[in-house]
Ligand binder design. Structure first.
Ligand SMILES: [Zn+2]
Length: 165
C-alpha cells in the first residue's frame, strides 16, 4: 500500500486529468496510492480545499499557513483551532520557517510557527514543518514536548488509517 503523506491536490492543473478531479483521484488509486494527506498552505483557500476532498475517505487534510503565505491574511489561534478540530484534519500545517525566499519577516514566521505548535499541542495533532535555510533555530521551537506529540500522533494516524481500510 502506498500513502502520499504530502500533496497539494487543490493546486494541481486538472487539464492533464480531463479537467476532472475524480479522474485525478482514480489515477492515483490505479497507481496504488490508497491514502493521501492533502496539505493546506493558507487559511483563505482552506475551506475550498476541504470542500474538494471531503467526500473522499482516502484523503485526509491538514490546516495551516505556510511560512511564505501572505502576511496580510487574517489569522487567529481561535480560528485555526476551530478549523483544526474537524475529524478530517489529521495534522497542523504546513508551517515553519523559510529564510531562503522570505528573509525579511523572521518575526512574523516565528510567531505563526509558535501559534501552530500551540494549537497542535492543544488538539494533540502532529505538525507538518516546512523549513528552508532556517538553520537550527527552528529546532528551538520544537522542544521535547512537541517531538513527543509528533511521534505519538504518527502512531495514532497510522492506527486511524488502518481503521478506515
Ligand atoms: Zn507542501
Amino acid at each position: 500500500m502506498l500513502v502520499d503523506s504530502h500533496c497539494h491536490l487543490d493546486c494541481i492543473d486538472l487539464s492533464e486529468f480531463e479537467n476532472n478531479f475524480d479522474t485525478l483521484i482514480q489515477q492515483t488509486h490505479n497507481c496504488g496510492v490508497e491514502h493521501m494527506l492533502c496539505v493546506s498552505i493558507n487559511l483563505k483557500k482552506y475551506p475550498e480545499m476541504l470542500e474538494k476532498v471531503r467526500a473522499y475517505p482516502g484523503i485526509s487534510v491538514s490546516v495551516g499557513m505556510h511560512p511564505m503565505a501572505d502576511e496580510s491574511e487574517t489569522f487567529s489561534i481561535d480560528y485555526l483551532t476551530e478549523l483544526a478540530s474537524d475529524d478530517k484534519v489529521v495534522a497542523i500545517g504546513e508551517t515553519g520557517l523559510d529564510y531562503y525566499y522570505h528573509k525579511d519577516n523572521p518575526e512574523w514566521q516565528q510567531k505563526r510557527f509558535r501559534e501552530h505548535i500551540q494549537v497542535a499541542n492543544q488538539l494533540n495533532k502532529p505538525v507538518i514543518i516546512h523549513t528552508r535555510d532556517a538553520g537550527e533555530p527552528w529546532l528551538y521551537y520544537v522542544k521535547k514536548k512537541l517531538i513527543y506529540v509528533v511521534v505519538l500522533s504518527i502512531v495514532l494516524l497510522k492506527h486511524r488509517h488502518l481503521q478506515t481500510r
